[in-house]
Design a protein around this ligand. Structure first.
Ligand code: HEM
Length: 182
């Protein structure tokens, strides 16, 4: 009896958690669709909440405010392997590459909210500070325009594979308006 009661209570808690995350997932203010990739977000005080999704079984990523091409941008990449989501906080160390903030003596400042891979579509949800204490993380302007890089890799669950698709947009994070960066 006792075991049954516990099972019931745990199932109930599971339902509550599921309901809570479903409610959170719906709470994005803006969304951009670019070919096979979607970027949705909400600015909440000093925090940016993001849901990114792409037609890939590999990584999906976003980068903010490069100085040139990929250089100096503040990146977050994620993939889902065997049902488990992994994300990484990265820095654009050249015009065509990125490395983890941690490998440069910085810190991982992104928080995984959830991830899924289904029907060849990978979705990652996370939150990040608009400005962290890590000097690898360039500031993001939650009240105005930023250059936003969107990209996804293909095939393998690895952060080393190059993109199958990438684009650079000018996005006003407050209003949701966007245009190609060049
Ligand atoms: C290991 C991962 C990556 C590799 C090896 C890589 C490599 C490269 C290379 C070689 C280029 C030069 C142009 C080309 O061949 O397309 C490039 C351009 C670009 N990459 Fe990446 N990249 C990676 C990840 C990312 C990520 C995560 C993003 C954004 C979320 C991104 C966004 C871009 C953009 C927007 C360009 C075009 C820049 C411009 O022409 O101004 N890349 N990348």
């Amino acid at each position: 009896m006792r075991a049954k009661a516990w099972c019931g209570a745990l199932a109930g808690m599971g339902m509550m958690l599921l309901t809570a995350s479903a409610v959170v997932a719906a709470q994005y203010d803006h969304e951009i669709k670019e070919q096979k990739m979607t970027f949705a977000w909400k600015v909440d005080g000093n925090t940016l909440a993001v849901k990114m999704s792409a037609q890939t079984e590999g990584w999906v990523g976003v980068g903010f405010n490069p100085s040139k091409e990929m250089k100096d941008a503040n990146y977050v990449l994620g993939y889902v392997k065997d049902g488990k989501a992994t994300i990484t906080d990265e820095f654009g160390d050249s015009e065509t590459s990125h490395v983890s903030d941690e490998s440069r003596g910085g810190s991982n400042d992104v928080t995984l909210v959830g991830g899924s891979e289904s029907g060849g579509v990978t979705t990652i949800e996370f939150t990040m500070p608009l400005k962290s204490a890590d000097k690898q993380d360039g500031a993001i302007d939650g009240g105005g325009e930023n250059v936003v890089l969107l990209a996804y890799g293909g095939g393998r669950d690895s952060f080393k594979t190059k993109h199958n698709y990438r684009t650079a947009l000018k996005v006003n994070l407050a209003t949701g308006s966007s245009q190609k960066a060049k």
